[in-house]
Design a protein around this ligand. Structure first.
Ligand code: ASP
Length: 346
């Protein structure tokens, strides 16, 4: 496993941090044009989050604004462009958490909302529940759409040729691995070092298919929030729910510790309760966000050999980005509006 670094230490306060998935991002298959496209979307998301706060919004408004940009960008695995279940369907998961009140909302296996992060926010703001799934999540979304401003779209809106091709290659790689008695491919949309086939063919032809998206933000009042949105993993079983909508696994926020969003093999993040673990490390051991991020990647995730990455920000604008994969699409915007994006260790 390759170790990761933050973007160059800045000593500056972050306002919004985003990720667009972690995995075996192969430099040789990422053309300069595709890299530019990926980074441009990260930058657009960061600026949307920053603007939400500059316009008087709070950290929740910022993470929603940032995640919506990435959900709408079909190159990422969330909203339009989400990856497919093994029977070729879209089932999306999303979550949001408010670090001030610990209010949280999430949806799983949702299929009809253009921006699943807005459905997660509606669960938080219009119900006394935290997580709605499947048919119940869809019917709640349809019902609340006019009040909460959700956009309802047909399932076809989300499907892209890339996602279909990705599924085809995944299923081929899986069949080949089975024949050879090897490990099945991981299904991470950014590719994975655990794919036990000659070549990671489910990722290779795409190049411009990235991962799950997430954002963490801190506003002028020092309140933090986190949001994550995903199509899940390629070729997943229908009904499979990953870490993204599980509060305390893939998404978490607490003003007293940090806001957190994860990407990677969700099953490992659920088993390690990674989001809550990182918060507990800060609370109980007094670790910084960078130290806590390092600890959960090198200890918690390593225990079950999980691949992935995470972003964090605390109430003072200290941030961290850690991953144990070859790369993670990521970026940060600082108080002065300057932006940095990165994919590999750089
Ligand atoms: N964590 C997501 C899931 O397991 C996948 C990803 O981050 O790429 O659903």
């Amino acid at each position: 496993m390759a170790l990761s670094q933050n973007l160059a230490p800045s000593g500056r306060n972050a306002v919004v941090v985003v990720h667009g998935g972690a995995g075996a991002v192969d430099r040789t298959k990422l053309t300069p044009a595709r890299e530019r496209e990926a980074r441009a979307k990260l930058e657009q998301a960061l600026k949307a989050g920053y603007k939400a706060i500059a316009d008087g919004g709070n950290s929740l408004d910022a993470v929603v604004a940032a995640v919506k940009v990435l959900e709408d960008a079909s190159i990422y695995n969330s909203g339009r462009g989400s990856c497919l279940t093994r029977n070729g369907k879209i089932e999306m998961d999303a979550a949001i958490m408010d670090g001030t009140t610990l209010a949280a909302g999430a949806v799983a296996s949702i299929t009809c909302v253009k921006n699943p992060v807005t459905a997660a926010r509606a669960v938080m703001e219009h119900t006394h529940h935290v997580l709605l799934v499947g048919a119940g999540a869809n019917s709640f979304a349809r019902k609340i759409a006019p009040t909460a401003g959700l956009k309802i779209v047909e399932a076809e809106y989300f499907k892209t040729a890339h996602a279909e091709q990705n599924l085809k290659h995944y299923l081929e790689a899986e069949a080949e691995a089975k024949k050879r008695g090897g490990k099945r491919p991981s299904g991470l949309t950014t590719g994975s070092s655990q794919c036990d086939v000659q070549e990671e063919r489910h990722e290779e032809p795409l190049g411009k298919k990235y991962g799950t998206v997430g954002a963490v933000a801190v506003d002028k009042q020092g309140h933090v929030a986190a949001a994550t949105s995903t199509g899940g993993t390629v070729g997943k079983e229908p009904g499979r729910v990953g870490d993204t909508p599980i509060i305390g696994a893939g998404t978490y926020a607490d003003d007293e510790t940090c806001a957190f969003s994860a990407t990677g093999e969700g099953e490992h993040f659920i088993r390690g309760s990674v989001g809550h673990e990182v918060s507990a490390l800060i609370r109980h051991l007094g670790l910084t966000v960078a130290q806590a991020a390092e600890r959960v990647v090198s200890v918690t995730l390593a225990r079950t050999a999980g691949d992935g990455g995470l972003i964090l920000v605390d109430a003072n604008g200290n941030y961290a980005m850690r991953y144990n994969t070859l790369g993670m699409y990521r970026g940060v915007i600082f108080e002065d509006g300057s932006v940095k994006t990165a994919i590999y260790n750089e």
